[in-house]
Design a protein around this ligand. Structure first.
Ligand SMILES: Nc1ncnc2c1ncn2[C@@H]1O[C@H](COP(=O)(O)OP(=O)(O)O)[C@@H](O)[C@H]1O
Ligand SMILES: O=P(O)(O)O[C@H]1O[C@H](CO)[C@@H](O[C@H]2O[C@H](CO)[C@@H](O)[C@H](O)[C@H]2O)[C@H](O)[C@H]1O
Length: 479
């Protein structure tokens, strides 16, 4: 038990004691973004959210916003850490109790995400989406469950709040609006049901007390309550299971293709000012820049650089010819930006739901939400079927080819629905093949860097795709 004067005269926990406790606890969390790195941790802002009574005990609900800076690295993140100070004799807290951050004198300090006092205070003080049936006290937290999966935030299933919902406590804060909240909100507002509907959210005002001169202030989204997708299965796991048993994934892939086409159509309606003519020269030079940055960090990319440059040159010629022949690219628009099977949930009752509109985490923030061609998302999903075949252990190359074809059938099939596109003609089949190859290569190069950094054993998967698209092996791409 931490010793000393940790509780102040008015009964609140002293900030110093709380921050000391966090210095030991935070680096052990699975969502801590700077594992294994020496960091300095300073408190930026503390919000006293509420005082609740749970099981007859006083519970102070507080939010600490903590700056984490690497001592010898470029780590620089701001973390959102809700906490509950439960006033009780710490001797009565059984060792190993879930969610305990530290025992103070006269209180136990809990991770707020795992404590019902925080859930209640959060619901009381949230901003609610129009049209939501706002729950009232007493809240029913029966069967609430904190997710144990590998994730960068902390999610809690609340089966009896809003007819079944999931509270996601965001951990890393960035100034401004979080696309993972505003995009699903905009999509539900235009009537698309393919995302879990956001019911409520929180923002936190961060005052940088470390900088007494400026005391700069910024606001960030810090959590969201969204519709719970019932009996949801992660799309990647589902596809791997099918691939492992060499069971066809064509039917779910076709449905997913239709859902992604509907998502693009809804994104055009939700963000009409982001629909603008595509500039093939810009798109190709952006790809060139990404190739350079991938080559800078990966020797596998450097080895293939000549072939990649040839490929890009061919693309430039094809784009010029297409333009000269009156076949410009379709307009760019708001897209998902990092679409893969792991971002799709399948529910037997609700079908496919799409998650996580934050774009590719390795890309600069500005680039992530820039309008782009919908084909980038399509290519992302096609890459995923390759991954599922490899990781699930499919015995035949036909599994991934069939899933890819079915997904594309579902996608292009929807585009022929009158009014689905919202703009002129879709690209011809030949043009689409070229565009998809370019985006698949772009994504596979990104994946090479991602796998080298995170899962070197999986590097062979995107490298095989790079070689296939560059024609360095004999397997043609199935479109
Ligand atoms: N609305 C939802 N309903 C049911 N399950 C969900 C919902 N949103 C996310 N999940 C599941 O919760 C887990 C955490 O997902 P996610 O929110 O993407 O994590 P993070 O962004 O923290 O990495 C995943 O297994 C995902 O499939
Ligand atoms: O889900 P995130 O937004 O964190 O995306 C990153 O991690 C993904 C891996 O979890 C990564 O996706 C790659 O691996 C998937 C299998 O795990 C595969 O289905 C995807 O096709 C493949 O790109 C994603 O690229 C990365 O941005």
């Amino acid at each position: 038990m931490a010793q000393g004067h940790e509780i102040s005269a008015n009964g609140g926990a002293h900030r110093g004691a709380v921050l000391d406790a966090l210095r030991g606890w935070l680096p052990e969390r699975r969502w801590f973004p700077a594992k294994g790195v020496d960091v300095e941790l300073t408190g930026l802002t503390r919000v006293d959210l509420a005082t609740e009574t749970v099981h007859g005990r006083r519970c102070d609900v507080i939010v600490e916003v903590v700056h984490v800076r690497g001592s010898d690295s470029d780590v620089d993140v701001v973390l959102h850490v809700p906490l509950v100070v439960e006033h009780r004799d710490p001797v009565d807290v059984p060792p190993g109790t879930e969610g305990v951050v530290a025992l103070l004198d006269g209180a136990a300090l809990y991770d707020g995400a795992q404590h019902q006092a925080f859930w209640g205070a959060w619901l009381d003080t949230a901003t609610w989406a129009d049209g939501t049936d706002v729950p009232t006290r007493p809240y029913d937290f029966t069967d609430a469950q904190v997710l144990k999966v590998e994730q960068s935030n902390t999610s809690v299933i609340l089966p009896r709040v809003c007819g079944g919902s999931m509270l996601k406590v965001l951990r890393s804060l960035a100034p401004g609006q979080n696309p993972d909240i505003v995009v699903p909100l905009a999509l539900t507002q235009v009537g698309w049901r393919g995302v879990p509907a956001p019911y409520a959210w929180h923002e936190v005002e961060v005052v940088d007390t470390q900088d007494p001169e400026t005391r700069s202030t910024w606001t960030a989204h810090s959590g969201v309550l969204a519709e719970l997708v019932p009996q949801a299965s992660d799309g990647f796991r589902l596809a791997c299971d099918r691939a492992g048993g060499d069971e066809s994934f064509n039917s779910p892939a076709r449905e997913l293709g239709t859902q992604v086409a509907q998502m693009h159509s809804a994104l055009r309606r939700a963000f009409p000012d982001q629909v603008e003519p595509a500039d093939a020269t810009w798109l190709l030079s952006a790809m060139q820049r990404r190739v350079r940055s991938a080559a800078a960090s990966s020797s596998a990319v450097r080895e293939r650089l000549d072939d990649i440059e040839d490929f890009l040159q061919r693309m430039r010629t094809i784009a010029d010819e297409a333009l000269a022949q009156g076949r410009p690219l379709p307009p760019v628009q708001r897209i998902h930006g990092d679409l893969h099977l792991g971002q799709a949930l399948y529910s037997p009752q609700k079908g496919w739901r799409i998650l996580d509109f934050e774009g590719e985490p390795l890309r600069p923030l500005k680039e992530r939400t820039r309008p782009d061609l919908g084909e980038r998302d399509v290519a992302g999903m096609l890459r995923s079927f390759d991954y599922a075949a490899a990781i699930g252990g499919s015995g035949s190359t036909e599994w991934a080819r069939g899933a890819r074809r079915a997904f594309l059938d579902g996608y292009t099939g929807y585009l022929s629905v009158p009014g689905a596109l919202g703009f002129g003609q879709p690209p011809s089949l030949a043009d689409r093949v070229v565009i998809l190859d370019a985006f698949e290569l772009d994504k596979a190069l990104y994946e090479v860097v991602y796998e080298e950094r995170n899962r070197p054993d999986w590097l062979r998967i995107p490298l095989a795709a790079v070689d296939r698209i560059l024609g360095r092996d004999d397997t043609p791409t199935a479109h």
